[in-house]
Design a binder for this molecule. Structure first.
Ligand code: AHG
Ligand code: MN
Ligand code: MN
Length: 343
């Protein structure tokens, strides 16, 4: 009996594509490209592999638990947060492609040391997302966002960081789950790579990811319901099918935004972190979490709003500012915009 044709037509030995080769091929689509952006992505993939190793061995090495210091958000930093932060800085600071960096874990801009050359891009990142989940072996992630330098000097100023998300030239995330995946976009679709732990290579596994128009999953922390205002409560009731106006979505909430977002990107659905009376701007950070994931989601055919504005159109005023967010399948996010605009 002949083999059934495989749905994945590139599933042959000859079409194995490493992330390095894919990045180069993408760059060739832009004849004027300097190669700097490709170099940054390459360095981020290396940092991701190093962090993946640390996360994998977290249960064995003495890196579990908190470092005892509070980060700028007033949250206790987990040790792996600091290691991941340092890993990214050290992988990226000397390449001559960045004018500066900013991290969720660091109060001020991270300058490029004076002994290194600089470049025309600015990198923002959440080194370890979902870090409170590390101790219980739940997936965590890394999120990154790349902006063009806006100012003219060779070192970045705050103005370079405070650009709206629509100006990102690339964004991505790494999920340290049952396998490690890196998903990124440079504005030409969204592509996912799975780390082959034996080869130590990210291999193209999810080319051109598209998020379903309607979602199966709803990811929201319902323990805040008592602090939500009425329109948010009505919206979540609608998503859950409780008002009889749509089919109920399946509630899934990991508590690591990367993991919740990744599942919904592949399976369809919406991730929501609304404002509530105790957190009037929600919890998630515009620059390190919301902008990069909104960029990826839009590139995959989805949408992201804070309830009234497109996330990517928000002009930031502070490095660590927070925003409510509804991100995911277009139809489900549009439902949020409609119901919350009516408030
Ligand atoms: P981080 O670990 O980078 O501080 O991010 C944690 C975030 C995010 O990953 C997750 O979606 C959210 O916190 C969960 O918050 P709640 O526990 O309030 O639901
Ligand atoms: Mn985070
Ligand atoms: Mn974090």
């Amino acid at each position: 009996m002949p083999d059934r044709p495989s749905r994945v037509v590139r599933n042959t030995a000859t079409s194995v594509v490493t992330i390095e080769r894919f990045i180069i091929e993408q760059e060739e689509l832009h004849p004027g490209a300097s190669g700097a952006l490709s170099g940054i992505l390459y360095d981020l993939a290396l940092a991701a592999k190093m962090i993946a190793n640390k996360v994998r061995s977290a249960g064995l090495a003495d890196v579990l638990g908190s470092a005892g210091e509070e980060n700028v958000q007033g949250e206790v930093q987990q040790k792996l947060d600091l290691i991941a932060n340092e890993t990214i800085v050290k992988a990226l600071d000397h390449g001559g492609r960045l004018c500066g960096m900013a991290s969720e874990e660091v109060d001020e801009l991270i300058p490029i040391p004076p002994e290194f050359r600089t470049g025309r891009y600015f990198l923002l990142f959440d080194p370890l997302d979902g870090s409170s989940n590390i101790d219980v072996n739940v997936p965590v992630g890394t999120i990154f966002s790349i902006l063009p330098q806006k100012t003219a000097g060779d070192r970045a100023t705050l103005e370079d960081a405070l650009q709206p998300g629509r100006d990102q030239v690339a964004a991505g995330y790494v999920i340290y789950g049952s396998s490690t995946m890196l998903v990124y976009s440079t504005g030409s679709g969204v592509h996912g790579f799975t780390l082959d732990p034996l080869l130590g290579e990210f291999l193209l596994s999810h080319p051109d990811i598209r998020i379903p128009e309607h979602g199966r999953y709803l990811s929201v922390n319902e323990s805040y319901e008592q602090h939500w205002d009425a329109p948010v409560r009505d919206l979540v009731r609608r998503y859950r099918g409780l008002d009889g106006k749509r089919d109920a979505m399946n509630v899934r909430y990991v508590g690591s935004m990367v993991a919740d977002f990744h599942r919904n990107l592949l399976g369809g659905g919406v991730f929501a972190y609304p404002a509530n009376a105790k957190a009037p701007s929600g919890k998630l950070r515009l620059l390190y979490e919301c902008n990069p994931l909104a960029f990826i989601c839009e590139q995959a055919g989805g949408a992201a709003t804070d309830g009234t504005r497109r996330i990517l159109d928000i002009v930031p005023t502070r490095l660590h500012e927070r925003t409510p967010i509804y991100v995911g399948s277009k139809a489900d996010v549009d439902m949020a915009s409609e119901m919350l605009a009516a408030q």
